[in-house]
Write a protein that binds this ligand. Structure first.
Ligand code: SF4
Length: 320
């Protein structure tokens, strides 16, 4: 069997934000040594509470943010060392969609112009060909053609996110990173957008990284799971065994906080205890202040990911 390059591979990524003012300097260590591999056509959910570093990791992976250390490879090509002009060209192959669709759209452009924007930026096709492609993209995201001439503020939240997805697909990317794509939407629209993403992923064979603080949304879409806690991956697993029997104590806490039934409302995680500040993470295993199994060892040392077999790895001293 040919071992294809992963679509995206992140190795040893670190990112710290520094803020200063009133004589103090605060370092927020948002991502602390993350490895991540997404294989072609895989759907992967990156889950964790708000503030655990998921979005920073994704932005560093596509170089919307510059990491402090580590490498990022897209289909085997090192993005971390790519000159800006080459990176601009490569960006057509990986696209990101964000939580707030209205903020992602230029308020002065009509829906059709917004979707055509990347085609124009990359000088693809004639005017007529671009118009045709915009119509096809609108159809593929079930956006009424009558909305083509409207401005974003005249659309509902769901229609705005459909327009954002259509624009992200205009350049036929192979990797789509969806950062909390439904959390700003009404409950009734969330499932529609998740269904749309699932359908597009299957039809186009996209590699999809879904970032969410809703395990229910991840469960809906993804066959692979990565759990992140205070800047580190603490569990990776195929979805089925993960949802049946999560291994890391933090994963168990997340699953315990998940609503018992999948309703149209994809509730955010509300696990017991608070996420410590990433500006001052606890020593040793950062989860130890919330962990029922914490021992002296957990307060002194930081566990690395241990391979459990079957595609599962856990960073916890209970498993090494
Ligand atoms: Fe809990 Fe210790 Fe495992 Fe951390 S290493 S999750 S504190 S048992």
């Amino acid at each position: 069997m040919i071992d294809m390059n992963p679509t995206l591979e992140v190795r040893g990524l670190f990112k710290t934000f520094v803020t200063s003012g009133l004589g103090s300097r605060v370092e927020v260590r948002a991502v602390r040594g993350v490895d991540l591999k997404l294989r072609p056509g895989e759907t992967t959910g990156l889950v964790g509470e708000s503030g655990c570093g998921k979005s920073t990791l994704a932005r560093c992976a596509v170089r919307l943010l510059e990491p402090d250390a580590g490498s990022v490879f897209f289909e085997g090509t090192d993005l971390s060392r790519m000159p800006a002009s080459d990176l601009r060209k490569s960006r057509r192959h990986f696209q990101m969609i964000f939580q707030d669709p209205l903020a992602s759209l230029n308020p002065r452009l009509t829906v059709a112009a917004a979707i055509a924007e990347p085609l124009e930026a990359h000088r693809l096709g004639t005017r007529r060909e671009r118009d045709l492609q915009v119509a096809q993209l609108m159809e593929s995201v079930a956006l009424d053609p009558a909305l083509a001439g409207r401005r974003p503020a005249m659309l509902s939240g769901g229609q705005q996110q459909r327009a954002v997805i259509a624009r992200a697909l205009a350049l036929r990317p192979r990797l789509l990173i969806a950062d909390e794509p439904v959390s700003a939407l009404d409950a009734s629209v969330q499932i529609q957008i998740l269904n749309l993403l699932a359908d597009l992923q299957r039809r186009l064979g996209l590699t999809l990284l879904m970032i969410s603080h809703s395990l229910a949304a991840i469960h809906y879409l993804c066959l692979h799971i990565r759990v992140m806690y205070l800047g580190k991956i603490v569990e990776e697993s195929p979805a089925e065994p993960f949802f049946r029997e999560p291994q890391h104590p933090y994963s168990r806490l997340l699953l315990d906080s998940m609503p018992p039934r999948m309703g149209p409302e994809l509730a955010a995680l509300t696990p017991r205890g608070d996420l410590p500040s990433p500006a001052n993470p606890p020593p040793g295993c950062a989860f130890h202040p919330r962990c029922d199994h914490a021992s002296e060892r957990c307060r002194a040392g930081c566990p690395e990911l241990t391979d459990l077999g079957g595609g599962r790895s856990v960073a916890c001293f209970l498993f090494d």
